[in-house]
Design a protein around this ligand. Structure first.
Ligand code: AMP
Length: 422
C-alpha cells in the first residue's frame, strides 16, 4: 500500500471545508486592511533562498536540479518570492504596496504535531513605508486576523533587533559568539547564555544585567540600559510610538515587550514580533514577522519592507484545541426519485435549483425513499424533495423539512420561492 511522504498530509472533505472557511475569514481581514492577494510559483531558483541565508539553508529545504540542470527549490517561505516578484514587476506600483498571500511551503523539518514538511502559510508584506503607523497597522493586522477567526487565547510579543544588537556591542560580543548565542536567546535558555558569557570573560555583573534586560518587558529599563548608544534614539522613539498606537488606536493592550525575539538576525532588522497560541505547547508559534531588508539584495531600488507569516495549519490546530465550533457542512436540498422512472425529472429539477445557487444533491444510488432520507439526514440536508408519479401529474413534488419531518405538496413552479423563503 502506498502512503503519503513523511511530513505531508491528505485532507478529507470535512477538513478542506474547515481550511477554506478559515482561509475565507483570513482573506476578509486582510482585505479590510487594504491588502491585495498575489500568488507566486511553488518552486523558485535555489539562489533566491541562499542569497541572504547562505548555503547552510540548503540542509533545511527541498532543492533539486531539473532536466535542464537548473538548481531549484520548493519554497520554504514566501517573503523572498514576494520580494523577488516586487523587484521584477511591481516596483512602479503606488506605495505603500500591501500584499497578502496563501501558499504551501516545504521544509526538511523533523515532523511532529504542528510541524510538517509541507504546510501552508498566510502572510502579508508591506512595501514602501517604515513609519511607526505602518508597523503598528501591520502588527494589528496579524493580531486581529487571528482574533477574528475566533482564537481566544493568543499572546503578542514585540521586540527590536536594533536594540539587541546594541546590547551585544555594549558588552563587547564578537560576531562569532553572537551566532552561538542567538539560538539560545531565541529559546530563552538563559543559563546557557550566562555560561557562554562567563567563558568569554564577561564579568558576572555585566552578564547578569544583560540577561535581566533580555527578560524584562519594562521599556524604561531597556532604554536606560542602551542610553549611551545615540544611534538608537530614533529607533527607540519609533518603537515606543508603535506600542502607543497599538494600545491607544488599535485597542490592543495585551502585548509583551520581548527583547529576546531574534528571528534570524541576518534577515530582519528593527521591529520584530511573534504571536503564540500557548495551548499548542512546544509548537505554539502561530505567527512571526517584522521589518527586513531584501529589495536591495535582489537588485531593486532600496525601499522599506516589513511583513509577517502565519502558520495556517497551526492556527487550525489551535482552534481545534480551543474547541472552536466550525460551521457544520450542510446541503440545501436532497432530491429523491421514488423509482427509476422519476430519475430524469429529478435531475432536471436539481439542475434548475443549482443554477439558482441552491446546494442540491440527487440520489445517484437508486436507494429508494427510506434509505435516501437517512442519507439526506447524514448529509445535513435542510430539505428533501421527493418526486413521484402521482404528484408529478399535478405538476407538484413533496417537500420535506428534514428537521421537523413536516411534508407538503408544492407546485414545481413555486419550489424555488418556497426554498428561498424557508
Ligand atoms: P517562519 O517563516 O519560520 O517565521 O514561520 C512562520 C510560521 O509558519 C511559524 O510561526 C509557524 O506557525 C509556521 N511554520 C513554520 N514552520 C512550520 C512547519 N514545519 N510546519 C508547520 N508550520 C510551520
Amino acid at each position: 500500500m502506498y502512503q503519503v511522504p513523511r511530513g505531508t498530509r491528505d485532507f478529507t472533505p470535512d477538513e478542506m471545508k474547515i481550511r477554506r472557511y478559515v482561509e475565507e475569514d483570513m482573506k476578509s481581514t486582510f482585505t479590510t486592511f487594504g491588502y491585495n492577494e498575489i500568488q507566486t510559483p511553488t518552486f523558485e531558483n535555489l539562489e533566491l533562498f541562499t542569497a541572504k541565508s547562505g548555503d547552510s539553508i540548503i540542509d533545511e529545504i527541498y532543492d533539486f536540479s531539473d532536466k535542464g540542470n537548473r538548481k531549484l527549490a520548493l519554497r520554504p517561505e514566501l517573503t523572498a518570492p514576494v520580494i523577488r516578484f516586487y523587484v521584477e514587476k511591481l516596483q512602479m506600483e503606488p506605495k505603500p504596496l500591501k500584499l497578502f498571500y496563501f501558499g504551501n511551503c516545504f521544509r526538511y523539518d523533523r515532523p511532529q504535531k504542528g510541524r510538517y514538511r509541507e504546510f501552508q502559510q498566510a502572510g502579508c508584506e508591506i512595501i514602501g513605508t517604515d513609519t511607526p503607523e505602518a508597523y503598528a497597522e501591520l502588527i494589528a493586522l496579524a493580531y486581529y486576523n487571528l482574533k477574528n477567526i475566533g482564537l481566544k487565547n493568543i499572546t503578542l510579543n514585540i521586540g527590536n533587533l536594533d536594540i539587541i544588537n546594541s546590547m551585544f556591542t555594549k558588552i563587547g560580543i564578537t560576531d562569532k559568539i553572537k551566532k552561538e548565542l542567538l539560538p539560545l536567546i531565541d529559546k530563552s535558555q538563559f543559563e546557557e547564555i550566562y555560561t557562554i558569557l562567563c567563558i568569554e570573560n564577561i564579568s558576572e555583573d555585566i552578564a547578569k544585567m544583560f540577561i535581566e534586560i533580555l527578560q524584562t518587558s519594562n521599556i524604561d529599563k531597556i532604554k536606560d540600559y542602551v542610553k549611551e548608544d545615540n544611534t538608537l534614539t530614533e529607533e527607540i522613539s519609533n518603537f515606543e510610538n508603535i506600542l502607543h498606537l497599538l494600545k491607544k488606536s488599535f485597542n490592543i493592550s495585551k502585548y509583551q515587550i520581548k527583547i529576546s525575539i531574534v528571528r534570524g538576525l541576518d534577515y530582519y532588522k528593527g521591529i520584530v514580533f511573534e504571536i503564540d497560541a500557548p495551548v499548542l505547547g512546544a509548537e505554539k508559534q502561530l505567527c512571526g514577522g517584522g521589518a527586513y531588508d531584501l529589495v536591495g539584495l535582489f537588485g531593486g531600488r532600496d525601499t522599506a519592507t516589513a511583513g509577517f507569516a502565519i502558520g495556517f495549519d497551526r492556527t487550525i490546530l489551535a482552534l481545534e484545541v480551543e474547541k472552536f465550533e466550525f460551521p457544520t457542512p450542510k446541503i440545501d436540498v436532497y432530491i429523491i426519485p421514488v423509482n427509476k422512472e422519476m430519475t430524469e425529472k429529478s435531475i432536471e429539477l436539481a439542475q434548475q435549483l443549482r443554477e439558482k445557487g441552491i446546494i442540491t444533491e440527487v440520489d445517484l444510488l437508486r436507494r429508494g425513499v427510506g434509505k435516501s432520507l437517512k442519507h439526506a439526514n447524514s448529509k445535513n440536508s435542510e430539505k428533501a424533495i421527493i418526486i413521484g408519479q402521482k404528484e408529478l401529474e399535478k405538476d407538484s413534488v413533496t417537500l420535506r423539512d428534514m428537521k421537523t419531518g413536516d411534508q407538503q405538496l408544492v407546485k414545481i413552479a413555486e419550489i424555488l420561492s418556497k426554498l428561498k423563503s424557508s
